[in-house]
Ligand binder design. Structure first.
Ligand code: NAP
Length: 309
């Protein structure tokens, strides 16, 4: 099948008319790290935001910022024009989605933003089709801070009329919206390719710092050496800084990326892509998790290099 060309837009391409935003009701289902940040930013942009979380205490602080805090999914989505699911995995999304038929308002759009892999997205798409739910596959790139500041990248696939209806919300949460076309699952496919890159460079930074340290160098010298060169990235300096400080405040939990690596490896196997690098990288994240760093930031993969074979 010939894919439609990807389309990239930004706020500059299509300025949002603020008076349209003011009335737009958005529901965020899941107020973990990402959902809380998204909801908070949508509130700051003037959207009418309702939140729901399985553990209600984690949604409650958003009430101070002006959110309506719902006690169940059905009442949370009633009246919403756009509903965002941002939950840990496919099981969680399907569990929550079971509450949507009959509860979603006419004309609403469901942006499925959680990272749930190809199989998970296919299962969610089947459920949506069976129940006539207006699904858009829309995983996001970026972590806690980009979620809080509306600087995520949304990777969007689905019917164009649904994407159009949800565009004010997509553009509010994102610095960039990348459209892959109409085929549900292509946003997720792109997300998996992006997270393979994220995991590989994070493990690579840790490896180089560990190698420098093991050879008797101050590991900071590695970051100084690459700084400003073609092989530097802001990410290397950011995560490398956390690694040299050995403090890992969570922007993206290590176990979350370990989960994604499983989904990425499944996709690679399914499409005949060699999994050698993925297996090595997964091993590092698995070791760090087993050593008790699963709820810390992905930068804690550095700890896995301290356990010598
Ligand atoms: P998180 O902080 O661990 O939050 C997970 C959320 O899922 C919480 O709201 C949690 O509710 C909910 N949940 C888990 N199991 C559930 C279930 N069975 N039923 C209902 N709700 C359930 O995770 P996060 O970092 O926000 O990530 C959310 C999604 O975004 C994941 O798919 C992740 O891969 C993806 N993502 C994360 C990042 C990042 O940097 N953090 C970046 C891009 C994409 P409770 O509070 O009740 O546990």
């Amino acid at each position: 099948m010939v894919k439609q060309p990807a389309r990239i837009s930004s706020l500059l391409d299509a300025p949002i008319e603020r008076h349209h935003l003011m009335a737009l009701a958005v529901t965020v289902l899941g107020t973990g790290i990402m959902g809380r940040g998204m909801a908070s930013h949508l509130l700051s942009e003037g959207f009418d935001v309702t939140v729901w979380n399985r553990t209600p205490e984690k949604a409650q602080p958003l009430a101070n910022e002006g959110a309506h805090v719902a006690t169940d999914v059905a009442s949370a989505v009633a009246g919403a024009k756009v509903v965002i699911t941002i939950l840990i995995d496919a099981d969680a999304v399907l569990e929550v989605a079971r509450e949507l038929p009959g509860a979603l308002a006419e004309g609403a759009v469901w942006l499925q933003a959680s990272t749930i892999g190809a199989e998970g997205t296919a299962a969610v798409a089947r459920f949506a089709e069976q129940n006539n739910l207006p699904l858009v596959d829309s995983p996001v790139l970026g972590t806690k801070q980009p979620a809080e500041s509306g600087q995520l990248t949304a990777l969007v696939a689905g019917p164009s009329e649904l994407i159009k209806a949800a565009r004010p919300v997509l553009e509010a949460i994102s610095a960039k919206v990348v459209e892959t076309g109409s085929r549900i699952g292509d946003g997720t496919a792109l997300k998996l390719a992006c997270n393979a890159w994220l995991a590989t460079i994070t493990a690579g930074i840790a490896q180089s710092l560990a190698l420098a340290a093991a050879q008797g160098l101050d590991p900071q010298l590695f970051l100084d050496a690459i700084k400003g060169s073609a092989v530097d990235t802001p990410y290397a300096q950011l995560k490398g800084g956390a690694m040299t400080a050995e403090t890992y405040p969570t922007a993206f939990a290590l176990d979350g990326l370990a989960k994604d690596l499983g989904l990425i490896t499944d996709a690679a196997r399914a499409h005949g892509v060699d999994t050698g690098i993925l297996e090595a990288v997964s091993g590092r994240f698995g070791t760090a998790s087993a050593a008790g760093h699963g709820s810390e930031d992905i930068a804690a993969v550095y700890e896995s290099f301290k356990h010598r074979p």
